[in-house]
Design a protein around this ligand. Sequence first.
Ligand code: GDP
Ligand code: IMO
Ligand code: MG
Length: 419
Amino acid sequence: MASIVVVGAQWGDEGKGKVIDFLTNEADIVVRYQGGNNAGHTVIVDGQKIVLHLIPSGILHPNKICIIGHGVVFNPKAFFEELESLKEKNIEIDDNLYISEDTHLIMPYHLTLEEKVEKIHKIGTTNRGVGPAYTDKIGRCGIKIIDLFDEEIFDEKVQIIMALKGNEFDITSIKNEYLGYAKLLKKYVRNTTSLLNEAIKNGKNILFEGAQGTLLDIDYGTYPYVTSSNATAGGACTGGGIGPSKIDRVIGVMKAYTTRVGEGPFPTELHNEIGEVIRRKGCEYGATTGRPRRCGWFDAIGVKYAVRVNGIDSLAICKLDVLNEVEKIKICVGYEYKGERINEFPRSLKVLRECSPIYEELPGWQQEICDIRSYDDLPIQIKDYLARITELTETKIGLISLGHQREQTILLEPFFVGR
Ligand code: GDP
Ligand code: IMO
Ligand code: MG
């Protein structure tokens, strides 16, 4: 029995959905602990593509419990739409999905506010109201799911927030819309903190599903070009409902290269033909917004930083197959700024914007790898690439993904074991 946290080690879209789906085989409970429907976690089952936004990726496995923890910001309309689309794909959701009663709500005015802010201060958000919902939570004027079940409290909160936001929204229609959701949500809402801690006591395997990635984390990311929550492993405690002593292992998911969506610095970004090849072969288009993802070489300094701030025990590396045709592969092993070498991930926005990556070059494998099922059968060039990543990040690789299908996965160590 163990509790493991899966986090993104780059700027999101590393392949967390695929890895979570694979690891759910051994899990009893899968928990989303932060973010909202800004996430897009893709899982391919029997050739069918399913993108999860708010509901944990474990939902595709029958008989597993899925929890939306209180660290998530929750848009009821988006939730019911996602439920509907899963039902259309014959995915059973009955008594296997719970939402924490302490989860904060995304309200219609959060989406309006985000649109306004983006016009002045462009972050390139997903426009799902996530940032403004967290702003209200931290500003102590957020509305929680539990408030929907007490009309007096709900009314009190709505009045306060409308007074704060200048009475520019139609309170009555928002109130009616959300009271309508309350009736439909009731059966999902629980005290999930006590449920989870009981499960841990009873020896269950728990999988915490991070959204976004380390470099998008509100504290550790490339601020202000970040999301508004703690996407890093500590978020699993504050947003999932467990204490740090209950976490047995942290897995960092990374791509064999790097991508980023939205604005913000990206030292290893490629503006050439190789960047195009990666985008095309890797289908690098946002799972939530459809925007083309910016593509670049693997940044070992960025991932080493992610290892440190998350306490990552093992890396799960995805999308090696995307590099099949690349002749020479580069790894960023440091940066140069004003004639000086930097060996740490820069915290200054100016340095991040202006530094140039220092690369090391490795030969590509230039062959098809999607049918390989064991580490031993991997081409020597991949083994060397993986060994160099381990050396540079000081972290072992525990899982290798060679395609988007479930079976295109090589597990190198058991994850669900206690410390
Ligand atoms: P997430 O947000 O971290 O869950 O990642 P996304 O779902 O946004 O993007 C990852 C994309 O890569 C999805 O389309 C996955 O199906 C796909 N994917 C995951 N692992 C692999 C892999 O090893 N090879 C290939 N070719 N695609 C992969
Ligand atoms: P998953 O879980 C990649 C990015 C947005 C924008 C910034 C802030 O699929 O990896 P937000 O809407 O969160 O306020 O936008 O964060 N972003 C993501 N990028 N993957 C994600 O999620 C992301 N969620 C948000 O593009 O740059
Ligand atoms: Mg994604």
